[in-house]
Design a protein around this ligand. Structure first.
Ligand SMILES: [Mn+2]
Length: 341
């Protein structure tokens, strides 16, 4: 059956929405010192930069504050490569501004936000509480707040700089997962508009920067210990610093030609964690993991990704010795392509 890859992209079927740009500008004066706040993910960062650009030459000062440190490596790459001026708001008493703006979030989303009285709130999350602000624009059907801000820039006839366009483009790409989820024609439109202004070399580096140097030693171990049975590749990594590294390795191993299943396991916080990725036209990762481990631990997932967590005491009761070899063999036997359930 032919599936239109863009069928999930709905259209609002309305006249192109014109942002109330003059109403927004009337909320700010030339003496104002403005702080734009957000919980820093790429969409929020893009939207905040765009808001700052809108206020350029219209107010006395604008700064952008983030309410927690950025840890995701792609996002750190974004901030460093684009040299973004973000300030960590550790303590609200140190904040000196007379007007506050919130993007990609709502005051009720967070204790930190709820302490402020905002002049403007622009967001795309579902609205579950009334928002007290002079200017509110919440559009829950939009894929990204960066899309909304791109419309504001266009309404204000501001051509985005390369840095701004790159940040907005990356914001739209991450929040819509490259248009695989909650996407409107408006998101695609904003993407198309920003595309020609963005720095695609920097964007590419941001998108692929998801490994730290320390992670590479787990890849090394994964390659040394790999074991292939039919179209399944297994590897066991002993203790890992977080379960994320199991995901990274499992996704990487799926790139191997003729491999349809990658099964990467390790010990984290007293549990054996088994991370499974499945590619190909018959995908069943969730079902396989539930059958193999459902009775002894927590197991589940989707068609293409699944995981199981088995407490070590439980594992000890089943296999006795908890050496690398016996744990490795246990996972391999449970997920063997020859095993019949
Ligand atoms: Mn967002």
């Amino acid at each position: 059956m032919y599936m239109d890859p863009t069928q999930h992209i709905e259209s609002l079927n309305t006249v192109t929405w014109a942002p109330q740009i003059e109403t927004l500008f009337s909320c700010f004066g030339s003496r104002d010192s403005v702080l734009i706040m957000m919980d820093p993910d790429p969409d929020a960062i893009g939207a905040a930069l765009a808001f700052k650009r809108l206020l350029w030459h219209k107010v006395a000062a604008v700064s952008i504050g983030i309410i927690r440190p950025i840890r995701r490596l792609n996002n750190l790459a974004m901030v460093r490569l684009l040299r973004l001026p973000l300030v960590l708001l550790e303590n609200e008493r140190t904040i000196e501004a007379d007007k506050f703006v919130l993007v990609d979030g709502q005051p009720s989303h967070n204790d930190f936000f709820s302490r402020f009285h905002f002049t403007a709130v622009i967001d795309h999350h579902p609205q579950n509480a009334t928002i007290e602000a002079a200017y509110v624009d919440v559009r829950p059907n939009y894929g990204a707040t960066s899309t909304i801000l791109t419309q504001y820039l266009r309404a204000a006839q501001i051509v985005p700089s390369q840095t701004l366009a790159t940040a907005l483009l990356y914001g739209i790409k991450t929040d819509t997962r490259n248009f695989e989820r909650h996407t409107l024609v408006e998101d695609v439109d904003a993407f198309r508009y920003l595309f020609e202004f963005a720095d695609h070399n920097i964007l590419e580096k941001i998108e692929i920067s998801d490994l730290s140097l320390a992670d590479t030693k787990f890849f090394h171990k994964a390659f040394i210990r790999k074991h292939v049975v039919k179209d399944r590749i297994f590897t066991y990594l002993d203790d890992v610093p977080s379960s994320d590294i199991l995901v990274e390795v499992a996704e990487f191993l799926l790139k191997i030609h003729d491999i349809n299943w990658s099964i990467v396991s390790g010990i984290y916080q007293g549990n054996l964690i088994v991370c499974v990725r499945n590619a190909g036209h018959r995908k069943d990762a969730g079902r396989l993991v539930r059958r193999a481990f459902g009775a002894i631990g927590c197991a589940g997932g989707h068609e293409s990704m699944a995981r199981a967590e088995i407490p070590l005491e439980r594992l000890h009761a089943i296999i006795g010795d908890l050496s690398s070899t016996s744990i490795e063999m246990f996972v391999r036997r449970r997920l063997s392509p020859f095993k019949k359930y």
